[in-house]
Design a protein around this ligand. Structure first.
Ligand code: GAR
Length: 203
């Protein structure tokens, strides 16, 4: 059973897509155990609360140092029995101690076709501005495992969308986001099914 913590900073539309897929039975053997945001006013926390799920605001600014912040994240995840993390519009760096503790158990969605248009500073609308500036005719979204380098770990799934004549960053972002809402549940479904395969063992 995947016991998932979703980390996000914004509207939470990807979280909503994942939650809906779980509620509809499209992702077997998975549940949302916790939603965590660095932003107390984030829509993603409101969606969690409306669904009676634990919604927790934790920000680096609440702590004197990185270590105490990371320790609190880890103890919170432990308290809720979390064994898998999905970053969904989380605009902060996950402390490396947390990445290390959940290695191979933490994924992210990025609004471009990695390895293009990834790395530090490539998030939100900046990604789509860069795609348009490069003149690419295709963009898309990527779900990948997270390691200590930004937007770097192995790819789980990608989905492409066309870049159309006259596109603005906002138009392209909306098209990519719609693709994300299909891609992220599909990627988590793939991981959940893989864990249930006979012969696959995990401590
Ligand atoms: C999504 O487009 C996601 O790919 C992007 O933020 C948006 C969050 O939307 N993430 C990044 O740019 C991370 N580097 P949401 O809050 O509605 O899911």
């Amino acid at each position: 059973m995947l016991s998932i913590a979703v980390f996000g900073s914004g509207a939470g539309s990807n979280f909503r897509a994942i939650l809906t897929a779980i509620q509809q039975g499209d992702i077997p053997a998975a549940r949302i155990s916790l939603v965590l945001s660095n932003n107390s006013g984030a829509g993603i926390l409101g969606i969690a609360r409306a669904n009676a799920l634990p919604a927790i605001h934790l920000s680096r600014k609440q702590f004197p140092d990185e270590r105490s912040f990371a320790d609190t994240i880890l103890s919170t995840l432990g308290d809720h029995g979390v064994n898998f993390i999905a970053l969904a519009g989380y605009m902060k760096q996950v402390p490396p101690v947390v990445v290390g503790a959940y290695r191979g158990r933490i994924v992210n969605i990025h609004p471009a076709l990695l390895p293009r248009f990834g790395g530090a500073g490539m998030y939100g609308m900046r990604v789509h501005e860069a795609v348009l500036a490069a003149g690419d005719t295709t963009s898309g979204a990527t779900v990948h495992y997270v390691d200590e380098e930004y937007d770097h770990g192995p790819v789980v799934l990608q989905q492409t969308v066309p870049v159309l004549p006259g596109d603005t960053p906002e138009l392209l972002a909306a098209r990519v986001l719609a693709a994300e809402h299909e891609l992220y549940p599909a990627a988590i479904r793939r991981i959940a099914l893989n864990e249930r395969t006979p012969g696959h063992h995990r401590n």
